[in-house]
Structure formats: structure tokens, C-alpha cells
Design a protein around this ligand. Structure first.
Ligand SMILES: Cc1ncc(COP(=O)(O)O)c(C=O)c1O
Length: 440
């Protein structure tokens, strides 16, 4: 890095003495050390060395109104003056649920957790409890958080992935019983996926689908693939579980509203917490009744000390109310602008590349291959190096995106910010080009 990182380096040295690898969250780790944030306001972050950056990461897509939005802050301040956490129910969970159930036709009932990982876990447990079946199916290379079953085959590589997707551990030590209960299909490869699924029809509780999976390139699910999944589920009594932890920011009714799809269950998180830890499951009332404790022990018991905590619920309700149709259209328009301009930057720099995404989400790749499934989007070592080089250039020139090249728009950035980002991408690409030429 060319920007100052002295204080971050000092903090990292301290962190290494009390945290494994000095880290608590792999997604914010970078070598030689993470950059430590000091403060943030709106679209701007200031790090501990005083360097300012425009935030196009938004805590990995969750801060849809940027940092410390006044509308959210006011609601949270009032809540902080009232109570923060309590061993009782509060009205705030009803308020957020009313907003979400009104916006999403498939949300007949809601249930809250503290993260997207937990939301996916509870949705899977609900599907098992409702169907009485043990197995789930998921797509290769898709990230659904850190629940054992959801993690399977999320990061296979050409060295180990074989001819077609199969159930492979992500964390060392994953029990064989977990692997035996996860069927892995290729995303967007309709015929292959259907063939693999058909051997397991009556054993499956649910199929987990992220309609625009970031880990698999931020490529949209094809209509024929989704139609096959929906028909397969109907025919075999399998529940369709959408993971909209990221894609819920694509429309007021989530990606399912944009795609015109009606999953039985949906896991959401990120934006709905207004900047606080959150997760939720929304879905069909009969399926969600597995959580219902009113008639004795539920089929899927679910406790959680901080479930539906009133600070998160209040922040989430304020953030969701502020996310009007106009504002949603605005961030989606700026997302389109970013995708178009960054793709043009690749052309102008003469570097092969493409930009994927939808709505307010975008991701650049140093490949012009046709992207379908995870394998087709898998970056080579050379491409990974270029993604890292461009991400580093952007960090050095005032922008925060994911190190994978994923960015997203909040309601507090403007066209001029997107234009500056695209110009900086072009300058970064030209620098990469110059360095490549010099190395030859
Ligand atoms: C698609 C998807 N599902 C689940 C998760 C897990 O959410 P959390 O990080 O809140 O546990 C993530 C996190 O980025 C995600 O992108």
C-alpha cells in the first residue's frame, strides 16, 4: 500500500497476541495486516491512520443507507434511552415484521436470529422439521454462511472438484454425516442439476438457492434453472429455500419479487438490521408453524438470547421504512451505472474483463468467459492476482470494495461518486497494464 498504515500495523501486532492471526472475521483480513477503521459517517470511512475512503462495501452489502444515517440514529437513540435487551417480548419485532410481511408476498410469518448464518440454519431446520426429511440440496460454490450443512462444497477448486459437483467439506473435521446429507448441484446447469436431484427427490427437505450468488460470480440464476427447481420441489414435496441475505437489497420484495418467484422459506439478514447484527426467516405460515410454541414443544424449537433484540428491530424498521421505492430505484440505477462504466473502463484499458451483478450490486472479473455456474466464474491464479492488484489500487486511491471485486451502492452515494470510482478503476487498470508491459 502507498497510503499510511502505521497505526493499523501497530494495532495488528497487539491483535495477534489475543486473536488467532489477529483476526475475528476472515472477510476483513488482508496481508500484511487488516486496515483498522476509526469512524464513519454517511459514505465516508476514516481509518486509524486518518485516511479517508468512500465506502462501496457497506459492511458487505448491509448498510443500505451508509453509516450512521440520521433517521436510523434517531430511532436507535430513542430505543437506547428506553431499553437495550430484555428477557421479554417487545413491540419492535412486530413493527419490523409488519413492514417485511407487507413488502414480500411469501412472508406470512417472520422469525429473527442474530446473523444470516443462523437464519439459513434455522430455515434448514424448519424445512427438516416440516418435511420430516434429513437431506438438503445446494449449489456448488455458493456461500450460505457457516452452518456445517450450508458450508458444504462452497469453495471447491479445479484440483479437487472432479467431473461434477459432489459433497465436499469446507471446514476440516466436518462429520461424514453432514456430507452424506447434502446433495450438491451445479448452479444454472439445468439438465445436470435435475439429473443429480432426481436421485434424491423423496429424501430432500429443501433446496437452498441464492438467486444471484456472490461467491459464484454474482451471476443471475437463469429462468429455466429456477423453473426446473420450482417444478422439482412441487413434484417431490421439497421446500424451496431462497437465501436472500445479500439479494434482499435488489427490490422492496427482494430478488424473489424481481424474479417473480415464490419460495416457501427465505433467509434474510444484512439490510434489515439497519446496521446492527440480524438475521431472519420469512415464509409460509404452515411451514413457519414448526417454530410455534403455543401448543407445547414446537417441531423446531428456537431460543436465542438476542433474537429480535429491540435495538436491531428498531434500527431495522427505521432503515426499511426509509428504503422507499424511489430510493430502491435510485440505488439500482446507480448500480447499473457502475456496472456499465466499469465494463467500459476494462475496454478502454484494453484488458479483458467483465462486470456482473444486478440492481445495486456489482463485481468485476478479469475474464471474458461466458459465466454460468461457479466453475465458469472460478478465477485463475493470474486473474486472482489482477483482482487483488485492482482492489489494492482502489484502497490506495480512496475506495473500499471487497477484495474479490464486489461493490454495492448505498442511498447516500451519488452519481459523482460512481463516476469517480469508475475513473479510478480505469486508472488502476492502466497501471496494471503498464506494470505487466514492464515485466515482459
Ligand atoms: C448469501 C449469504 N448467505 C448467508 C450469509 C451469512 O450471513 P452472516 O454473515 O450475517 O452470518 C452471507 C454473508 O455474507 C451471504 O452472503
Amino acid at each position: 500500500m502507498t497510503t499510511k498504515t502505521t497505526r493499523s500495523a501497530e494495532l495488528y501486532e497487539r491483535a495477534c497476541k489475543v486473536l488467532p492471526g489477529g483476526n475475528s472475521r476472515t472477510s476483513v483480513f488482508r496481508l500484511p495486516h487488516p486496515i483498522y477503521a476509526q469512524s464513519a459517517e454517511g459514505k465516508t470511512i476514516i481509518d486509524v491512520d486518518g485516511v479517508k475512503r468512500t465506502d462501496f462495501l457497506n459492511n458487505y452489502t448491509s448498510l443500505v443507507h451508509g453509516h450512521r444515517h440520521p433517521v436510523v440514529m434517531e430511532a436507535v437513540r430513542k430505543q437506547l434511552d428506553n431499553l437495550t435487551a430484555i428477557g421479554m417480548a417487545t413491540e419492535s419485532e412486530i413493527l419490523l415484521s409488519e413492514i417485511l410481511c407487507e413488502r414480500v408476498t411469501t412472508f406470512e410469518r417472520m422469525r429473527y436470529t442474530n446473523s444470516g448464518s443462523e437464519a439459513v440454519m434455522m430455515a434448514i431446520k424448519a424445512a427438516r422439521a416440516f418435511t420430516g426429511r434429513p437431506k438438503i440440496a445446494k449449489c456448488e460454490g455458493c456461500y450460505h454462511g457457516s452452518y456445517d450443512f450450508a458450508e458444504v462444497s462452497m469453495a471447491t477448486t479445479p484440483e479437487n472438484w472432479g467431473n461434477e459437483p459432489r459433497s465436499m467439506a469446507y471446514s476440516d473435521g466436518t462429520p461424514q454425516g453432514v456430507l452424506d446429507n447434502v446433495v450438491v448441484i451445479p448452479f444454472n446447469k439445468t439438465e445436470d442439476a435435475e439429473r443429480i436431484l432426481s436421485a434424491h427427490g423423496k429424501e430432500l427437505a429443501c433446496i437452498v438457492i441464492d438467486p444471484v450468488p456472490n461467491q459464484a460470480g454474482l451471476v443471475r440464476a437463469r429462468p429455466d434453472f429456477l423453473n426446473m427447481i420450482r417444478d422439482f420441489c412441487k413434484k417431490n414435496g421439497v421446500l424451496l429455500l431462497f437465501d436472500e441475505v445479500i439479494t434482499f437489497r435488489l427490490g422492496l420484495g427482494g430478488a424473489q419479487g424481481e424474479f417473480g418467484f415464490a419460495p416457501d422459506l427465505t433467509a434474510i439478514a444484512k439490510t434489515i438490521g439497519g446496521g446492527f447484527p440480524v438475521g431472519a426467516v420469512g415464509g409460509r405460515a404452515d411451514v413457519m408453524s414448526v417454530f410455534d410454541p403455543s401448543k407445547g414443544k414446537p417441531k423446531a424449537p428456537h431460543a436465542g438470547t438476542f433474537n429480535a433484540n429491540p435495538v436491531t428491530m428498531t434500527a431495522g424498521a427505521a432503515a426499511m421504512k426509509h428504503l422507499t421505492k424511489d430510493r430502491m430505484d435510485y440505488i439500482n440505477r446507480l448500480g447499473e451505472r457502475a456496472r456499465k462504466q466499469i465494463a467500459e473502463a476494462f475496454k478502454a484499458a484494453g484488458i479483458p474483463g467483465q462486470v456482473t451483478g444486478m440492481g445495486s450490486l456489482f463485481r468485476f472479473h478479469f475474464s471474458t468467459d461466458e459465466f454460468t455456474d461457479y466453475r465458469s466464474t472460478f478465477a485463475s491464479a493470474a486473474q486472482k492476482k489482477m483482482v487483488a492488484a485492482l482492489s489494492e489500487y482502489l484502497l490506495d486511491h480512496g475506495f473500499l470494495l471487497a477484495p474479490t471485486g464486489m461493490g454495492n451502492i448505498s442511498t447516500v452515494v451519488g452519481e459523482a461518486d460512481v463516476d469517480r470510482l469508475s475513473e479510478t478503476v480505469l486508472a488502476g487498470l492502466r497501471e496494471i497494464s503498464r506494470k505487466q508491459a514492464a515485466a515482459q
